[in-house]
Design a protein around this ligand. Structure first.
Ligand SMILES: *Cc1c(COP(=O)(O)O)cnc(C)c1O
Length: 458
């Protein structure tokens, strides 16, 4: 029999209790947190959809690996396992362990960057952009046009605009630090990148003699989309799809907190010896010796195992389909979303949900607060709170989109948790016209979304 029900392909061996609060209690918690979910205690959250980064549940095999970790300073057995696993997957000769993604980014972009250098990506993730700009270089995003329209359906909205890439490489000849393809495109809504696009980007980079890097945090999720959406790929395994994509690149940066199913970890993988040597020097100065980087032996053990588990077809099927299930139920209810649904998150278009709330009253933040108060669901605003700036006259220059992200931790929540979220959205839809915006009463100069204080408008 062919079942329609997608089950979680795991049994639960160890549980973490959720402390269930009342709506009245949450009203107070939210007030105490100045209407900013980053300032909430996680103990007061029922469903935490703030991020899928470092929030995965590890398997029994990974926990067993934690006990087996070899904590030797040099030549650790756990490092050998991690290096072998990453090398088999990426076919890259030089593997540098780092404590998370941005540490690998600081090393490679610190080395390649500097004033006058240009980096080009489908969309730079915020830490990627920050590390490039911190070096003095410039980061340019060139997603395909379809990727910028939230309602438009397209199988690979994460693709890079290859025609624009060709022009930019001519324009900035001699000054390009690297071309970076982010798979899936996190800041662009978790949208996938096709193999054909990666091949196109690789060919253009080769022709211009510039370095081509993959930001491969969600390469396994991306492989699912390629297998199911790209012609000629249906017979190829997920792991082999990833291997083919790595084969096109000169290097890769990974935050293992995503698709390596660990709570902390990352790596930089490179093919070129001279480049790797320069990066290993920086690794030793700021992260740690070359056989552990910023990681404990036990972390490297868990990472090596996680990288195998992530390509399990049953896991990936469950992962993408359960995200899709949440998204489609919300879509059927009329919740305005970024479409199609991506791999790791569902993005609500708060500008369309609350058309009566102008950007300077932060419709996304209003939804974030509403979700928490009603149901204890923690999400994150990706709109004018996060990306808004001020004009010379003090008025707000809003972000292009007012999104709220529901990022789903891997292997953590079950079907009933998801149904609880869906039920909450039915209520959100009922009261949408009565919801008011907020104003910011205190904010720092940089990355204000983390610490800003808000007040609801009456
Ligand atoms: C998370 C992430 C990073 C940064 O990794 P950290 O482990 O958070 O430092 C870089 N790029 C992308 C696409 C990411 O999703």
């Amino acid at each position: 029999m062919q079942h329609k029900t997608v089950i979680e392909p795991f049994r639960i061996k160890s549980v973490e209790p959720i402390s269930v609060s009342t709506e009245q209690e949450r009203t107070q918690y939210l007030k105490d947190a100045h209407y900013n979910p980053f300032l909430l205690r996680s103990d007061n959250v029922i469903i935490d959809f703030m991020t899928d980064s470092g929030t995965s549940a590890m398997s029994a095999r990974q926990w067993a690996g934690i006990m087996e970790g070899d904590e030797a300073y040099a030549g650790s057995r756990s490092w050998e396992r991690m290096e072998k696993e990453v090398r088999d997957l990426t076919s890259m000769r030089y593997i540098l362990p780092t404590h998370q993604g941005r540490a690998a980014e600081r090393i490679i972009y610190g080395h390649l960057g500097g004033k006058g250098k240009v980096f080009i990506s489908n969309t730079h993730f915020d830490t990627t952009r920050a590390n490039i700009e911190f070096s003095g270089a410039t980061a340019i995003d060139i997603p395909i046009a379809e990727g910028k329209d939230t309602a438009l359906q397209h199988p690979f909205k994460g693709n890079m605009d290859v025609a624009a890439l060709d022009l930019l490489l001519k324009e900035h000849k001699g000054h390009v630090g690297a071309v970076i393809l982010t798979v899936t495109n996190n800041s662009g809504g978790g949208q996938p990148v096709s193999m054909a696009n990666a091949e196109g980007v690789a060919a253009i980079c080769k022709r211009h003699g510039v370095l081509f890097l993959l930001d491969c945090c969600r390469i396994a999720e991306n492989s699912w989309f390629i297998k199911h959406r790209e012609e000629g790929m249906e017979g190829v395994t997920y792991r082999e799809i990833a291997q083919r994509m790595f084969a096109l690149a000169d290097g890769a940066v990974m935050s293992a907190k995503k698709d390596a199913l660990v709570n902390m970890g990352g790596f930089l993988a490179l093919k070129d010896e001279a480049l790797a040597e320069a990066c290993i020097n920086l690794l030793i100065i700021t992260e740690g010796f070359a056989t552990y980087g910023g990681l404990s032996g036990r972390d490297m053990e868990a990472l090596a195992i996680g990288l195998q588990e992530i390509f399990d077809p049953h896991y990936l099927d469950y992962r993408i389909k359960s995200t899709l299930f949440l998204g489609m139920k919300m879509h059927e209810m009329g919740v305005p979303l970024m479409l199609p649904i991506g791999g790791h998150a569902v993005y609500v278009d708060a500008k369309k949900l609350y058309p009566h709330i102008p950007p300077e009253q932060y419709p996304g933040q209003a939804l974030v607060c509403e979700l928490y108060e009603l149901a204890g669901i923690r999400t994150v605003e990706i709109g004018s709170v996060m990306f808004g700036t001020y004009n010379a006259d003090g008025s707000l220059q809003p972000a292009p989109m007012e999104l709220v992200r529901l990022a789903i931790p891997r292997r953590v929540y079950t079907q009933s948790h998801i149904e609880y979220v869906i039920e909450t959205f039915a209520e959100i839809m009922k009261r949408r016209e009565y919801i008011r915006g907020l104003k910011i009463i205190k904010e720092p100069r940089f990355l204000r979304h983390f610490t800003a204080h808000f007040e609801p408008l009456s």
